[in-house]
Design a protein around this ligand. Structure first.
Ligand code: WQD
Length: 331
């Protein structure tokens, strides 16, 4: 299958490109390099042994986007491209709404023009907001999102629902990620957020490497086993494989799937596991809760196993080892 991967040089996009090539798909990448590096392209070609067609275009430029579809017989699209820093979205909501929504609308309109109607969309567990149960299942209604970033994900899900209702010849798969972490075993690609990391694992990685002084653990007074926040951490390679399975197995129509391990892990559990498997210490202190954080949530991954024949295979230990291996290769 010829797959256009938007944001294909980013953290999850690049790992998905590796798995797509592994399964003998033809891959085309479009990426504007806002939150990724051109060096990743060469690393993907090294890992896969394939040369990869790349367009350094911005999806906000509809004419450029049209050029890609005019030049290539695209069968399907995996749409990762979008701004994704929660804190930045609170400071710059208009930038997030413009970029994430307009780029998606451009993409869908050009896909329609060229009759390309198979799309896998990179969504997020953040669209659930706060629910009755911490175990999120796809039948739950979307809730109050905690940031403009999360709201763009919820809005795009709604856009896709309305598009499908207007024309059910579309094949739309919405994948709700829990907490993507880890890195490819080669140590060549991994998570490289711009600036100071917002997310836990890249912060732990930088503290362990001595690039940041100390990890602040946001609260240990939550109603959880050790008082720290509980999340569902999913290895990025498992996540990438979930996209390949979605392309291969998703039923006709519009379908939504959680991509998570189904297991909740606390901040302290993650930090102590990272220390143990990598035989190092992570300097941390307990501070106040971060506003907007929920105490606990994790995936019910049943539907993806049943319909996509997908589940996570990597453990928390694999995540911690692969993350540290990446950092050591990229200090
Ligand atoms: C995880 C846990 C924090 C940093 C976010 C987005 C979500 C998705 C994944 C894109 C929490 C604690 C964190 C730190 C800490 N992104 N923590 N010290 O908030 O669960 O989800 O990333 O889709 O949309 O909201 O991830 O890694 O920021 O936090 O103690 O320096 O680690 O309180 O319990 P989060 P996170």
């Amino acid at each position: 299958m010829k797959v256009l991967v938007t944001g294909g040089l980013g953290f999850i996009g690049s790992h998905t490109v590796v798995e797509l090539l592994e399964e003998n798909n033809d891959v085309i990448i479009v990426d504007n390099l806002y939150n990724s590096k051109i060096e990743v392209l060469g690393k993907l070609e090294t890992i896969s042994g394939n040369s990869i067609k790349f367009y350094q275009y911005d999806l906000l430029d509809k004419e450029k986007l049209d050029e890609i579809f005019a030049e290539n017989e695209i069968d399907s699209v995996i749409h990762f491209a979008g701004y994704k820093a929660v804190g930045e979205s609170v400071r710059e909501p208009l930038m997030y709404y413009t970029n994430n929504l307009i780029s998606t609308l451009n993409l869908l309109e050009v896909m329609k023009k060229y009759n390309v109607k198979k799309i896998v969309f990179s969504s997020s567990a953040t669209v659930y907001g706060e629910q009755e149960s911490p175990k999120y299942v796809e039948t739950m209604k979307r809730g109050e999102t905690a940031s403009p970033y999360g709201t763009t994900k919820a809005m795009i899900e709604k856009m896709l629902e309305d598009l499908y209702a207007s024309d059910n010849s579309w094949n739309i798969t919405i994948l709700r990620y829990f907490n993507p972490v880890g890195a490819h075993k080669s140590g060549l690609i991994g998570e490289e957020p711009n600036g100071i990391p917002n997310n836990l694992m890249p912060y732990v990685m930088k503290v362990a490497a001595g690039k940041l002084e100390q990890l602040s653990i946001f609260g240990n007074d939550y109603p959880t086993p050790d008082g720290t926040g509980v999340r569902d951490y999913i290895h990025v390679v498992d996540l990438a494989k979930g996209h390949v399975k979605a392309l291969q197995n998703s039923p006709d129509g519009l379908n939504v799937y959680n991509l998570g391990s189904g297991k909740g892990v606390s901040v302290l559990e993650l930090v102590t596991t990272f220390e143990r498997v990598n035989e190092l210490k992570v300097n941390y202190k307990i501070v106040d809760r971060r506003p907007g954080d929920l105490p606990e949530y994790y995936a019910d991954p049943t539907k993806a196993l049943k319909e996509l024949d997908w589940k996570t295979e990597k453990t928390l230990e694999d995540i911690c080892k692969d993350t540290w291996n990446y950092q050591k290769n990229n200090i």
